[in-house]
Design a protein around this ligand. Structure first.
Ligand code: NAD
Length: 439
């Protein structure tokens, strides 16, 4: 069992301290606020939560949990620190990291003379690179030691919900450990050993970002549901009935589908239907800021791809994939068609391969769509992807078609702009001629 110092006895610190004590660890809570320290010493929780009152009282009575304002003493008696101090918003919306910085300086000084390897774990929510750029340098300066060598550093974001956090502690949705090295993550993993849910051990900044991805998504879900509710209400129908059906779909709606960064959406449905719903809402005098932002957000992704091509310095561009979805010849509202149109408009010499698109066989709305945008498409399409690659100074990969991808040389060849994260693209890591659109 570990000896743990928990810095910051607010919501996160208090729950973490009591639960880790209940698991048999020896826990010392540290706070600059003497009132909070006094409360814990008296066996009272600093927050109101289901079960936390009884748990704190029990743990203090049994001696597993104590509290102090003396950071140095707490570090002297422990092997691992969990930092749970606040990181509130600045008036302009930024993140306050002053409390984190202060704790890092305190811990740095306190471990300067330690012979054994102390581990510092940040549990507070902080933007990616905060640990690397603001915490580690202070720990190193204070201690005169090296992170990942003489002491450990990890990031362990907190995913518990206020109101049910003690229950959630024992049944977490996941455990994420950002680690500067394996030896830093090991003691953190031991703290949670045996708890259910997947465990991820990742680089520090990946762990920092997971918390922001989670909370942004949760906020998006609430906003989305409320906007669907608003339009339902304006149209006189029951939004809960709609969302019951919506949430019952665990294949496409409540699922990993559509949640990997990549290129813009397109096709004959998504843009048209979002446009129509937003149009109807305006007609009903209803404001739907999230839904209204979807098409502009999608256009930004096409802008990003265009800028990557422009920044490559190339004039001769190859495009692998043109249809809105690989394996179809549907060009309607394909973002690849829009990208091609823009590139041609700016004078890029474009050649395209998509084995499912045969210009002579395009019909109806599909043909009309492309005729209006790329009238000479037939002149640009090449049957053999190797010819596209041979022509190009930069190749845009817009579909993960294995036959077309086989035309890319293993080494050398044109620059690559990857819009789909094609299989095998990870081997390009570190190659300055490879650019993923969002990775
Ligand atoms: N509240 C939540 O539901 C929740 C959930 C997940 C993550 N978080 C994140 O966890 C962090 C802590 O949140 P919280 O709600 O527990 O904050 P809080 O404001 O309730 O508590 C922070 C505590 O840190 C103490 N503190 C400040 N400087 C200190 C120092 N130098 N040494 C020791 N203690 C110090 C404060 O006195 C306070 O008691 C934040 O980054 C927050 O974003 C919060």
């Amino acid at each position: 069992m570990a000896r743990v110092a928990v810095f910051g006895l607010g919501y996160v610190g208090c729950v973490s301290a009591a639960c880790l004590a209940e698991r048999g660890n020896t826990v010392i809570g540290v706070d600059v606020n003497p009132d909070k320290v006094a409360m814990i010493r008296e066996g009272r929780s600093t927050v109101v939560e289901d079960r936390i009152g009884e748990l704190t009282a029990e743990m203090v009575a049994s001696g597993q949990l104590t509290a102090t304002t003396d950071a140095e003493a707490a570090i002297g008696e422990t092997d691992i620190a969990l930092v749970c101090v606040g990181t509130p918003s600045t008036p302009s919306g930024g993140l306050t990291t002053n409390y984190l910085q202060q704790v890092a300086e305190q811990i740095g000084e306190a471990i300067a003379s330690r012979e054994d390897r102390y581990t510092v774990v940040i549990r507070s929510t902080m933007l990616p690179t905060t640990c690397e750029n603001e915490i580690v340098p202070r720990l190193e300066a204070g201690s005169g030691k090296r992170a990942g060598v003489d002491f450990g550093v990890a990031v362990n974001p907190e995913f518990l919900r206020e109101g049910s956090s003690v229950k959630d502690f024992y049944d977490p949705p996941k455990t994420v450990i950002g680690q500067i090295d394996d030896a830093s993550g090991d003691p953190v993993a031991e703290l949670y050993e045996g708890l259910p849910g997947p465990l991820y051990r990742v680089p520090l900044k990946v762990a920092e970002m997971t918390k922001y991805a989670d909370n942004s998504f949760h906020a998006l879900k609430v906003g989305f549901a409320n906007e669907i509710g608003t339009i339902c209400s304006a149209l006189g129908l029951d939004s809960h009935q709609v969302m019951d059906i919506f949430t019952s779909d665990t294949k496409l709606n409540i699922s990993p589908a559509y949640l990997k960064p990549g290129f813009a959406f397109g096709g004959s449905c998504l843009p048209k239907d979002v446009r129509a719903l937003v149009h109807r809402a305006r007609h009903e005098d209803v404001s739907l800021p999230i839904l209204e932002a979807l098409l502009p957000s999608n256009t930004s992704q096409i802008d990003r791809a265009f800028r990557l091509v422009a920044a490559s310095g190339a004039r001769k561009v190859g495009m692998l994939g043109l249809a809105f979805k690989a394996g179809t010849d549907d060009l309607r509202e394909s973002p690849m068609v829009e990208l091609a149109e823009r590139l041609l408009g700016r004078g890029f010499e474009l050649r395209i391969h998509d084995r499912n698109v045969s210009v002579s066989r395009l019909l109806g709305a599909n043909q009309a769509y492309v005729d209006a945008r790329i009238p000479h498409l037939a002149d640009l399409m090449l049957h053999d992807p190797r010819e596209v690659v041979a022509h190009a100074e930069v190749v845009i990969v817009g579909a993960a078609d294995p036959e077309a991808l086989a035309a890319l040389p293993d080494e050398g060849g044109p620059k690559i702009i990857d819009l789909v994260r094609y299989p095998g693209s990870q081997s390009q890591e570190g190659n300055s001629d490879y650019h993923g659109i969002a990775w």
